[in-house]
Design a protein around this ligand. Structure first.
Ligand SMILES: [Zn+2]
Length: 355
């Protein structure tokens, strides 16, 4: 019985299969189901490729972003965190677009963190323009080379002068001013501990420096101060303010004074600069040939992507004397612009207002 039932069953299944396959409608159903299954499997494969990490995507990214292309200022004691990338914090145009497509100065986006440096020091240029700054000069070996390159590329920059250097090389102070660059006070003798001295002593140091610069170029405006080494204190920022000077920090520091090589200086600057960045370099204080050589790369590279300008000095003042005789030229200190929200930029004072 069992075997018969088994045979019967087998015969019966074969019979049903034959009759099932013999039906053209059932054959069509099998074909359709097979094709559908194939499509589903194919779709899953494609989806899996899209979701899985792809070597073809990730390898170029890791190659094009060397591990040490960020500004190195974060390693310097007392420096603030880097300003957030504009493209990372908002859907605003890329730096290139914002510069190229909004030529009138008033239409340029106002950048947040303009006063985001230590103790309210200026951290950005105040516009989309990139500001190159050169510290510790003037120097008879390197300042003329820097001036020649800036002239060749028609770029205005800002020079943070040491008083002793200005007093020793007044002709270089005059050459810098004649070329239309902006001046900045960098203390009398590059005193890294200046900020720990009394307010009166700080004022005396800064006023002496301004006097040396003014002796070379009478009537010139010195509306910026940069603390040597970035060793800011509230006292030094306040003393500068009393003398009519905005404290000037930076956002991109290639540490050119460590002589890391012209290639390293150039790559750190070109990779680290964003719209509005202030770049710290040196035209004095040691062998600065690497910095000069790096400018051959930095200037054409940045000019393809940004406008480069000196920091604004504001309208001519009725009192050009900030050698300590008057504080009437004091800039407005504005602490209300620390928000990283670019939409808040409309409330920021204009560059002219804060000078
Ligand atoms: Zn310096």
């Amino acid at each position: 019985m069992a075997s018969t039932r088994g045979q019967e069953g087998s015969v019966g299944r074969d019979g049903r299969r034959q009759s099932f396959l013999a039906n053209p409608a059932n054959l069509s159903l099998i074909v359709v189901l097979t094709l559908a299954a194939g499509s589903i499997l194919g779709g899953v494969y494609v989806l899996g490729r899209a979701l899985s990490p792809s070597e073809q995507v990730q390898d170029p990214l890791s190659v094009s972003a060397p591990p040490d292309t960020r500004p190195t200022h974060a390693t310097t004691p007392g420096n603030p965190p880097a300003p957030p990338s504009r493209s990372a914090t908002s859907p605003s145009p890329t730096p290139t677009e914002s510069v190229r497509e909004t030529t009138p100065a008033d239409d340029r986006p106002r950048l947040a963190l303009e006063r985001g440096g230590p103790y309210g020091a200026r951290l950005t240029s105040g516009s989309a323009d990139v500001a190159l700054t050169f510290d510790d000069g003037p120097d008879p070996s390197y300042t003329p080379q820097v001036l020649d390159l800036l002239a060749e590329y028609q770029v205005k920059a800002t020079f943070c002068m040491v008083g002793e250097q200005a007093a020793a090389h007044p002709e270089l102070v005059r050459a810098i001013v004649a070329a239309g660059h902006t001046l900045c006070n960098h203390s009398w003798s590059h005193d890294l501990t200046l900020g720990s001295r009394s307010r009166t002593a700080i004022r005396s140091d800064l006023a002496r420096t301004n006097a040396a610069i003014s002796a070379a170029v009478p009537g010139t405006r010195i509306v910026y101060f940069r603390q040597p080494g970035g060793a800011w204190t509230s006292n030094v920022v306040g003393a500068a303010w009393e003398l009519g000077m905005t404290s000037l920090h930076w956002a991109v520091d290639p540490r050119d004074w460590t002589q890391p090589g012209a290639g390293s200086i150039a790559s750190t600057v070109t990779a680290g600069v964003r719209a509005g960045s202030i770049v710290l370099m040196h035209d004095s204080g040691g062998d600065r040939q690497q910095t000069v050589n790096a400018l051959h790369t930095i200037l054409p590279n940045l000019l393809r992507r940004f406008e480069l300008s000196s920091l604004p000095t504001g309208p001519p003042s009725t009192s050009t004397d900030n050698t300590g005789a008057t504080a009437s030229g004091a800039p407005r200190l504005d602490t209300s612009v620390r928000t990283p929200d670019p939409s808040a930029g409309a409330t920021e004072p204009s560059a002219a207002a804060v000078r």
